[in-house]
Design a protein around this ligand. Structure first.
Ligand SMILES: Nc1ncnc2c1ncn2[C@@H]1O[C@H](COP(=O)(O)OP(=O)(O)O)[C@@H](O)[C@H]1O
Ligand SMILES: [Mg+2]
Length: 190
């Protein structure tokens, strides 16, 4: 579960998040809707500290952190709780699909390479892309690239998946396959 309390964030003179309070229960899906510039991404990015609010606190399961003052250790522990999927996929262009998924397992989770590859292959299978393991991002459609990004996020086994407009960069005919994968992973984890 996520509990955010009294979150404030100002960029220079621009107050973007004003006393935000939010609670999300385990298994719950929440959509944040609002006009461009409303602060949706800033709020999402605060959940894994890609953005640092000026004040307020966050709790994810058993990890609690006060945005006004926290240690590096607390930051890393909080980050491990979530994984994010971005609008523009953010894949490594010079790595193949398998390496894109296994990289964080090897570097962040310190997993042996063969184990990381097995896990990455299993996740690619789950999003229907096992046969593309050796391909590079430029050889894939936008929908396929986003499914790789989802596999990469899932492989980290996070408590929380954060999606920031995951289909808005896609051609209309590719949106359904990505939404289908997101729906499927939700059903599997419940
Ligand atoms: N790093 C930043 N520096 C300065 N202003 C920012 C930064 N990130 C976002 N903003 C501003 O904060 C506001 C909210 O942005 P954002 O959270 O991206 O909105 P949304 O995702 O709802 O479109 C916008 O006015 C944006 O220009
Ligand atoms: Mg945004």
């Amino acid at each position: 579960m996520i509990e955010m309390t009294h979150i404030n964030k100002t960029f220079k003179a621009h107050r973007v998040l004003k006393n935000i309070n939010l609670e999300v229960q385990t298994g719950e899906i929440v959509a944040i809707i609002g006009p461009s510039g409303a602060g949706k991404s800033t709020l999402l990015r605060s959940i894994n500290l890609l953005e640092k609010p000026d004040s307020g606190s966050i709790r994810i399961d058993d990890i609690e952190l006060n945005f006004a003052h926290f240690s590096k250790k607390e930051m890393f522990r909080l980050r491990q709780k979530s994984a994010m999927v971005f609008q523009n996929f953010n894949l490594f262009v010079n790595k193949n699909i398998l390496e894109n998924v296994s990289e964080a397992l090897i570097v962040v989770k310190k997993m042996p390479k063969s184990e990381a590859n097995d896990r990455a292959m299993a996740q690619l299978g789950a999003v229907g892309l096992a046969q593309k393991a050796k391909a590079y991002p430029y050889e894939l459609s936008g929908g396929q690239q986003q499914r790789v990004a989802i596999a990469r996020a899932l492989s980290l086994d996070p408590s929380i998946m954060l999606f920031d407009e995951p289909t808005s960069a896609l051609d209309v005919e590719l949106i359904a396959e990505v939404l289908e994968v997101i729906k499927r992973i939700h059903n599997q984890t419940m």
